[in-house]
Design a protein around this ligand. Structure first.
Ligand SMILES: [Zn+2]
Length: 223
């Protein structure tokens, strides 16, 4: 087992998940899977002047993306102060879906972002898809999704963090994604859902349990 971000070989439990976190760089399973997916599907776009939008730009991934995409790399978040390494544009969603033009980006990446946006996730997917160029890629992950249940939303209407913690498993989570989320992506008009392409053997090598940290790759149809 090794960490593809820092080369470390030791992992520790995190929030009850064994061997989840790299003891050297602190990356979690989803960061290592992200890099694996980006190497295969995203990095080939770099160097062709591609424009990439990264929401909630994780410190593990930021330098690797900046190095490849250079001035085409745009970061954004509702709380820029949480990401001082990246100096992201302040973007509060869903109100901010108007700040970039339609078709602005060759690729959009976001991990564990959708569960923090108030409103309906289908409206948010529509906003992101609108920012993609024809042929563009959106690569994303969310907690779960929990395939034995349906998505529940509305955490913004609960009155306390403790209620959100109980219902959505974290104080600042506004929703919990279920099987319909995957079906919605699969059936989203104007593009197709591609597999993340990471086998369970590759997951094991990255200290990720079988099938965990699934990534979704949605590609807009070329015109
Ligand atoms: Zn590491």
């Amino acid at each position: 087992m090794h960490c593809n971000i820092c080369g470390g070989t030791e992992f520790e439990a995190y929030r009850g998940r064994p061997d989840e976190r790299c003891t050297q760089c602190g990356s979690k399973a989803r960061h290592r899977i992200a890099l694996e997916v980006y190497e295969k599907l995203l990095f080939p776009l770099a160097g062709k002047g591609a424009k990439l939008l990264h929401l909630a730009p994780e410190k593990f991934l930021y330098p690797l993306l900046k190095e490849r995409f250079g001035s085409g790399y745009v970061t954004a978040d509702a709380s820029p102060e949480r990401y001082p390494h990246a100096e992201p544009v302040k973007l509060f969603l869903p109100q901010g879906f108007s700040i970039f033009a339609a078709g602005e980006f060759d690729a959009i990446i976001h991990n564990h972002v959708l569960e923090h946006i108030p409103g309906h996730y289908k409206d948010h997917l529509a906003g992101f898809v609108n920012w993609l160029k024809p042929g563009g890629l959106m690569i994303l992950s969310v907690p779960g999704p929990y395939m034995e249940r349906q998505t529940e939303e509305g955490g913004e209407h609960l009155s306390s963090d403790s209620e959100r913690l109980e219902k959505f498993l974290q104080e600042d989570h506004l929703k919990c994604f279920g099987a319909d989320f995957v079906e919605t992506l699969r059936n989203w008009p104007g593009g197709s859902l591609l597999p993340d392409g990471i086998s369970d053997d590759q997951r094991a090598e990255l200290s990720v349990r079988p099938g965990k940290a699934p990534f979704f790759v949605w590609q807009r149809d070329a015109e």
